[in-house]
Design a protein around this ligand. Structure first.
Ligand SMILES: O=C(O)CCC(=O)C(=O)O
Ligand SMILES: [Fe+2]
Length: 363
């Protein structure tokens, strides 16, 4: 995944050894360090981030209790603390909610339809990078988005949140990666398919700190990714011609998914996703990223410098794809925009305030 943890400031002569919470992102690999690339610092400014290596800790385990359980300084075993639940009260019986009035329901649906009509189905951000606006549909609504008529996507907001919630409270579920000095990254994460280890900046079969095997990627999620890539090809043809669409964004079959949950103060420093296999990176196999919940500002560019990057808002239902010539762009998440999640999504799922992000890759 991306490097989540700290990053080396771009202008730092001595690249930092910090690693990112998500694989590739922040100075994941020694290669990254050699290149002087950023190590992601989801939680810190580059000034603050002069810390020790990132090391994942169990969400509720105190930092002090990390008594060097493993040589790399990575976390100890599961302390038995409660797993992080991205939804509130999900396991505590039915949620009692007053029925919204017909007026409210209709207003909500009208707004959604309007948003969907207004959004251009595809934003071409740069070669190899596209944004499918509002590609993920609400479950109860016939979408008017043009691309959905064409591609019949079955991607469904509520279903994705519910599946992630269930996976997140099980073995290999959400945890809060942290730094050796006790500071924590500003997100919760978990992996599907393969584990991305922030300490070694590499993928493996098990999570070193508790031995948990990451859950497999649900088949329907893999199908959503195929739908999104196919849709992007159809729409890309208008920009680059039919012959070039697949070259611009190569096909891929995801075997890794990193899930991130950001609360209202969540962020992820600039980093590159480059811990996938050499062949995957060389072919430019894309990273496909889903946003659900609150809107966030996404940064991307050729250099690891927040003053030189472009910005785009990612809203609930958006699918961002970057591959080909953009596979190794620097990217990160800066400002969360609280209370921007669709009301119907919060009502249906009881998702915590914040943003759920899924990034799919092929190792
Ligand atoms: O949350 C996002 O949109 C970005 C996540 C990311 O870059 C990563 O997981 O590598
Ligand atoms: Fe990333």
């Amino acid at each position: 995944m991306a490097g989540g943890g700290e990053k080396t400031p771009a202008n730092s002569a001595q690249p930092r050894k910090a690693r990112s919470p998500h694989g590739s992102v922040y100075g994941r690999s020694s290669e990254c360090q050699k290149q002087g690339a950023c190590t992601p610092s989801p939680s810190f400014s580059s000034k603050d981030s002069r810390q020790q290596l990132v090391t994942p800790v169990h969400p509720l385990k105190s930092v002090d209790s990390r008594s060097s359980p493993c040589s790399a300084g990575s976390v100890g075993s599961d302390s038995g603390a409660a797993p992080f639940d991205i939804c509130m009260n999900c396991n505590k019986g039915p949620i009692i909610r007053l029925n919204p009035s017909l007026l409210e329901i209709n207003r909500d649906k009208r707004q959604n339809r309007q948003l969907c009509k207004d959004a251009a189905p595809l934003q071409y951000l740069r070669p190899g990078m596209v944004l499918l606006k509002k590609f993920i549909k609400p479950n109860d609504q016939v979408r008017l988005c043009l691309h959905l008529f064409f591609f019949q996507s079955q991607i469904n907001h509520v279903k994705i949140v519910k599946v992630c919630q269930q996976l997140g409270v099980g073995s290999g579920g959400f945890y809060r990666p942290g730094y050796r000095n006790g500071a924590q990254l500003r997100l919760w994460m978990m992996c599907l398919g393969k584990n991305w280890d922030p300490d070694s900046c590499s993928y493996g079969d098990k999570r070193p700190f508790d031995g948990a095997q990451p859950p497999t990627i649900p088949e329907e999620f893999r199908k959503y990714v195929q739908d999104a890539i196919q849709a992007s090809h159809e729409l890309l043809k208008q920009h680059v011609g039919a012959a070039n669409a697949v070259e611009e964004l190569p096909l891929m079959s995801p075997d890794i998914c990193l899930l991130n949950f950001y609360n209202s103060s969540g962020r992820l420093g600039l980093h590159q996703d480059k811990d996938e296999s050499r062949s995957s990176l060389d072919k430019g196999l894309p990273v496909v990223s889903f946003t659900l919940g609150d809107t966030t500002e996404f940064l991307y560019g050729d250099v690891c410098d927040e003053d030189k990057v472009s910005k785009v808002d990612l809203e609930s239902g958006d699918v961002l794809i970057f591959g080909g010539k953009s596979r190794l762009i620097f990217h990160g998440v800066s400002n969360m925009k609280p209370k921007t999640a669709p009301k119907w999504l919060m009502d249906e799922t009881n998702l915590r305030p914040g943003r759920l992000n899924l990034t799919f890759r092929q190792y």
